[in-house]
Structures are given as structure tokens and as C-alpha cells.
Design a protein. Structure first.
Length: 329
């Protein structure tokens, strides 16, 4: 029972958050935390569990965002209809890109994904069908509930919460399956995993494709909440950096790590932008850089790993005291 106590309490707090914090800013902030937690959790599959640090995941984020807006702009369909198309496109791109790039390791893989992301942004910026530099817009007035165009952030909050729970459920299932065991072995030592018969290339590609599909869902939800997408908001490299930092800050390779990272980073960014206005954009890069340095230097495992380590130290300290108690004869 103790194992499920804290997750249950955390889930209750998340569900009750918009009912306690009722101002538009607070509800919007909560929705943004969950939205970025979805994207960071999707990145965590390949970056945290497989150890493949992708900085080009914004390509898949953009696939979902552009597919949803294109469904409305070109076909007059609800943006919701574009989600499956975005998933298919992102998985296909991941399959094509992953075969050559996943053969690389370390910073070589990261640089290759950056190159792919920048190439995708340049292509979209010069493609009229995708709105070029202006981008695509969604419905200005909600026609049906399937447009997912709400005035309040409250419906978005619970929608994002449902999608996040599904994402975490898929991640939990994956980590407890054979693929999850393979991924942890590959992350520790790919050469050793291969020597023991693990199909490293295939498993990494599967994780990359699964991560891409889930990331595209986050991009679609982002575009539907804001009602538009352009090359900067849908394919800007800073989005990939956010996913990476949120997962690393909370705990890469841990189920709830991305959510913890998003709960810290998103309010920090929103509050600084509100206080400083347009000047906050430059500060964001400084903050992100400082967080990367601090994590790399002092706590590579993230905040949740630190909490788990402190909790593990406390439990042995309690055990000897219990053992030292006199036994009744």
C-alpha cells in the first residue's frame, strides 16, 4: 500500500489543481505543464531509457502540429482528425531517419538530429502548402466540440491530463516489457548488450518510432490550444531543448521525471516572461544553459533520483533501530 500512497496523493493533487487555482493564468499554467510533460515523457522513451539524446524531436512535434492545422486549413476538417496523420508521418520519418542516425553514438547522434531538425524547418519555411513562414491557423470560432477550440484553459487541462496518463501508461508498459529490459541494457553498455544477443539496432529504432508518435500527439495538442502553428512555434530547436531539459531536470529514465521537470521549468519560464515582457526571451536561454550546467555538474540523475537516494539512505537508518529493540522472551 505504501508503494501506491504517494502516486495516489500526487494524482489527486493534479486532478484538483484547476479547482483550487481558478484564475485564467493559473489554469493556463497548469495546462502548459501537462502539455510539455507529454512531450518530455515521449522524449524520455528514447533519451532517458535508451540513452539516445535526441535534440531533433521537434520534427515529430511539428508533424503533429502541422497535420492538425492542415486538416482544417486545406480540408475544413476538425484539427482532431489530423492527429492520426501526424502520428503516421512522424513514425515514418523516425523510421527513415533512425536507421542511419541511430548507428551513431553520443554527441554525434545529437548533432545528426539537430541537422535533421534544421533541415525540416527550412523545408517547411519554404513550402507554401504548409503556410511557409506565416504558418497555418485553426478555426477562429469553434464549430463543434471536435475542433477542441475552447475559451477557457480548463477543458485543455483535463484533456492534456488524460493524454499524459495514457503516455505514462504506455511508457510504464514498455519499461516492464522485454523492450524495456533491452533498452536499459543498451543504455548501460550497448557493446555488452549486443554480446549477450540483444538486437540493439532494432530495439533502439522501435523506441525512436514510439517516441516520435507520442511526441506528435503533443505537437497536435499544442497547435489546437494556441490555434496556429508556424516554423518557429512548431519546429524551433528550443522546443527540443525544453523536452531534454525537463526530462533531465526531473530525472531522465524515470517515469515521473519529465512531469517533475515540467512542473519546475514551465512556471519559471512563464513567470519570467510575464515579469520581463519581451525581454524574457533572452533570459530563457540563459536559464536553460544554467540548468544544463547545474544538472551535469551536481545531479546528473535529476531531482527524482536525488529524492530516491535520500529516501533509500533514510530507510537503512530506521532498520537498525527497529532491530535493536528488545525481544519479548
Amino acid at each position: 500500500m505504501r508503494r501506491f500512497l504517494w502516486p495516489s496523493v500526487a494524482l489527486a493533487l493534479v486532478i484538483l489543481y484547476p479547482l483550487v487555482f481558478t484564475t485564467p493564468f493559473q489554469q493556463r499554467l497548469g495546462a502548459l505543464i501537462l502539455l510539455y510533460a507529454i512531450a518530455a515523457s515521449a522524449w524520455n522513451i528514447v533519451g532517458g531509457y535508451a540513452g539516445q539524446v535526441s535534440v531533433g524531436h521537434v520534427v515529430f512535434f511539428g508533424c503533429g502540429a502541422y497535420a492538425s492545422m492542415a486538416a482544417y486549413s486545406h480540408f475544413g476538417l476538425p484539427p482532431l482528425v489530423g492527429i492520426p496523420a501526424g502520428i503516421v508521418a512522424s513514425v515514418a520519418i523516425a523510421a527513415v531517419v533512425g536507421v542511419p542516425t541511430l548507428r551513431l553514438s553520443g554527441h554525434y547522434f545529437s548533432m545528426a538530429t539537430i541537422a535533421v531538425a534544421e533541415l525540416a524547418r527550412l523545408i517547411v519555411t519554404n513550402t507554401e502548402y504548409l503556410g511557409a513562414a506565416v504558418g497555418l491557423s485553426g478555426p477562429t470560432v469553434p464549430r463543434t466540440v471536435f475542433d477542441l477550440s475552447f475559451i477557457s484553459a480548463l477543458p485543455y487541462y483535463y484533456l492534456f491530463l488524460a493524454v499524459l496518463l495514457i503516455t505514462l501508461g504506455i511508457t510504464w508498459w514498455m519499461t516492464n516489457s522485454r523492450i524495456g529490459f533491452y533498452l536499459r541494457a543498451i543504455k548501460d553498455s550497448e557493446r555488452a548488450a549486443r554480446s549477450l544477443g540483444a538486437p540493439a539496432s532494432r530495439i533502439k529504432l522501435y523506441a525512436f518510432m514510439l517516441s516520435a508518435g507520442l511526441t506528435s500527439v503533443g505537437g497536435a495538442l499544442y497547435s489546437m490550444m494556441f490555434g496556429f502553428v508556424d516554423p518557429e512555434s512548431g519546429l524551433g530547436i528550443l522546443i527540443s531543448v525544453k523536452m531534454l531539459i525537463m526530462a533531465a531536470l526531473g530525472g531522465a529514465g524515470l517515469l515521473f521525471g519529465p512531469l517533475v521537470g515540467a512542473a519546475i521549468l514551465v512556471p519559471l519560464e512563464e513567470i519570467s516572461n510575464n515579469l520581463l515582457g519581451g525581454k524574457g526571451a533572452g533570459l530563457t536561454f540563459v536559464v536553460y544553459g544554467a540548468i544544463i550546467v547545474i544538472i551535469a555538474r551536481f545531479q546528473p540523475g535529476g531531482i527524482l533520483a536525488l529524492i530516491n537516494r535520500l529516501w533509500a539512505k533514510r530507510k537503512p537508518a530506521e532498520t537498525p533501530a527497529a532491530q535493536g529493540a528488545p525481544h519479548a522472551s
